[in-house]
Write a protein that binds this ligand. Structure first.
Ligand code: NDP
Length: 275
């Protein structure tokens, strides 16, 4: 039997670890898959996904900058995807394109893994793109005291606030983040991909603040180094989230949940070895 075909779409995409992670899950569960990383043109995501399906593809992950376009492409949406307005997991039911979002699951599962307290926490979410959207329902579900969304382009943070319409959500631009620290700060911007960091004031960091960067790499990310240098209590990168969201996608496609711990450990080792 031919392996079942899945892929991840993004732009850029060469950095993606998703093919490696899904092959690992497939080996664990004795499933044969062919999972590729595919570069889609910025204005051509829908056509790229349809061509993939026409060639036998059964589902896909979606990464920056296509999560909102994937949402629009879907005939059916899970409750999480509908709530968040962003899709990172596509699958087929007959001729219908279905979408889910597993980023929130991956993030919250990783924060729990790291014993981070979210109940009654003052959370700051930096960024208002597809990744930020995707995690908002899961974060609100953890009953924080407040969720502040701050973005370089302030209007996009306000758009998210209006979309979710929850009294715990506040929205602003980076320059409006005044003194006063947060319990948890989550960097959901793509600044790190360009070796930059969100230009926010260090007064947002207190000695007990837990800083999370959705980006991950061999060495601590620029954002996490900056947080550490300004006295953060704990710094965590997004590797656990990456593997967690992938595991949830895999379970949607194959109705079986892989074991994430050995995959996180192995991926961390490979990153440190520069592989
Ligand atoms: P999008 O392209 O949808 O959004 C990008 C966001 O980053 C926008 O809010 C944008 O602000 C902001 N941004 C970009 N450059 C800068 C900069 N130099 N300074 C400040 N803000 C900036 O991307 P996604 O939301 O899909 O992804 C965001 C990041 O999260 C990516 O790095 C991605 O790799 C990571 N991610 C990690 C996951 C994991 O499992 N670990 C899962 C999902 C995402 P503006 O609106 O002003 O342009």
């Amino acid at each position: 039997m031919n392996p079942r075909q899945y892929c991840v779409f993004g732009n850029p995409i060469s950095q993606s670890r998703s093919p490696w992670i899904h092959q690992r899950f497939a080996s664990q569960l004795d499933i044969e898959i062919d999972y590729q990383a595919k570069l889609a043109p910025e204005d051509g995501f829908a056509d790229a996904f349809k061509a993939f399906v026409a060639a036998g593809g059964e589902g896909a992950n979606v990464t920056a900058p296509f999560k909102e376009q994937a949402w629009q492409l879907c005939d059916r949406l899970s409750v999480t995807a509908k709530d968040s307005g962003a899709v990172n997991t596509l699958f087929l039911e007959g001729d219908k394109i279905c979408g889910d979002n597993t980023d929130g699951f991956g993030l919250v599962a990783d924060l729990h893994r790291q014993q981070v307290q979210l109940i009654d926490a003052k959370i700051l979410l930096l960024g208002a793109g597809g990744a930020a959207r995707g995690v908002i329902p899961a974060l609100l579900n953890e009953t924080p005291k407040s969720l502040t969304i701050a973005n370089r382009t302030a209007s996009k943070a306000h758009n998210l606030q209006n979309y979710f319409s929850d009294p715990r959500i506040h929205a602003c631009g980076f320059d409006e983040l005044l003194a006063g620290s947060f319990d948890v700060i989550i960097n959901a911007t793509s600044a790190g991909l360009a070796r930059q960091r969100p230009d926010v004031n260090s007064s947002i960091i207190g000695t007990k603040t837990i800083c999370y960067d959705m980006v991950y790499q061999a060495e601590p990310t620029g954002f996490l180094v900056w947080c550490h240098d300004h006295g953060a209590g704990q710094c965590i990168d997004g590797l656990g989230m990456l593997v967690g969201q992938a595991a949830k996608s895999f379970s949607i496609w194959f109705s079986a949940m892989p074991d994430i711990e050995p995959v996180i450990e192995e991926l961390r080792r490979l990153l440190i070895q520069g592989k």
